[in-house]
Design a binder for this molecule. Structure first.
Ligand code: MG
Ligand code: ZN
Length: 225
């Protein structure tokens, strides 16, 4: 997982940043608001994205990029919702990079899209260094990962713009204090919004979904100006 940190120098990150900037321009030109959803395997990224897509697809035109070592499994879940979905297999790589997203963007009808949700590969380390051109960086962490998971991975919480603590309905069962997790996140990044979610609690999902919708609306307003 840490291989690229050892093998890659600054040039690789710089080259990636350049392509990420280009992706951002492409997205902006087409008025597409994009969200990069990061988090470990099993944190619940796919379910949170599904819920967002399900509730936004009648009002907006979402598309999904499903990045994974084997992307097809999650991709088929998104396709079932009837939205354009591009699976991106990363093979041995444990993160998406801007180049992979650039290629995926070629396959999306951007004129018919206003929201792009990108599910990153399950990993709390590498995605930090690889910007994709996204407008919103989201990190998802589940209470099942234990309440020391956050302080062990400070960078992803410092560089994200929204943090989600998921599966809070089972916090008690796994002996984890979700409030302590929130405090840990805020100790790393005092200004970050933190949402506690459970797929069994619609109100909590609504908070997450309205966060996306707010960003989307702002982006649309900015484009009109
Ligand atoms: Mg997934
Ligand atoms: Zn990686």
């Amino acid at each position: 997982m840490l291989m690229h940190v050892i093998h890659m120098g600054h040039d690789v990150f710089k080259a990636n940043d350049k392509i990420a900037e280009k992706n951002r321009k492409t997205l902006d030109k087409h008025g597409v608001f994009s969200v990069n959803v990061m988090g470990a395997i099993g944190s619940g990224k796919t379910t949170l994205i599904e819920e967002a897509v399900r509730h936004l697809k009648d009002k907006y035109k979402p598309a999904v990029i499903a990045g994974d070592v084997i992307a097809e499994m999650d991709a088929s879940r998104f396709r079932k919702l009837g939205v354009p979905t591009i699976p991106v297999n990363t093979g041995k790589e444990c993160h998406l990079d801007a180049k992979l997203v650039e290629k995926a963007l070629d396959e999306i009808d951007l004129d018919n899209t206003d929201l792009l949700i990108i599910e990153n590969v399950g990993n709390l380390i590498c995605p930090v260094d690889f910007k994709l051109g996204e407008h919103l960086r989201v990190v998802v962490v589940s209470v099942t990962e234990g309440d020391d998971i956050i302080l062990k991975h400070p960078m992803i919480f410092k560089t994200s713009e929204l943090a989600i603590i998921n599966k809070v309905d089972i916090a008690h069962a796994v002996d984890v204090d979700a409030e302590k997790m929130r405090e840990d996140i805020l100790s790393l990044n005092p200004d970050i919004p933190v949402i506690l979610t459970s797929k069994h609690d619609w109100e909590s999902l609504e908070t997450w979904i309205s966060f996306i919708e707010l960003g989307l609306r702002r982006a649309q307003e900015a484009q009109r100006k």
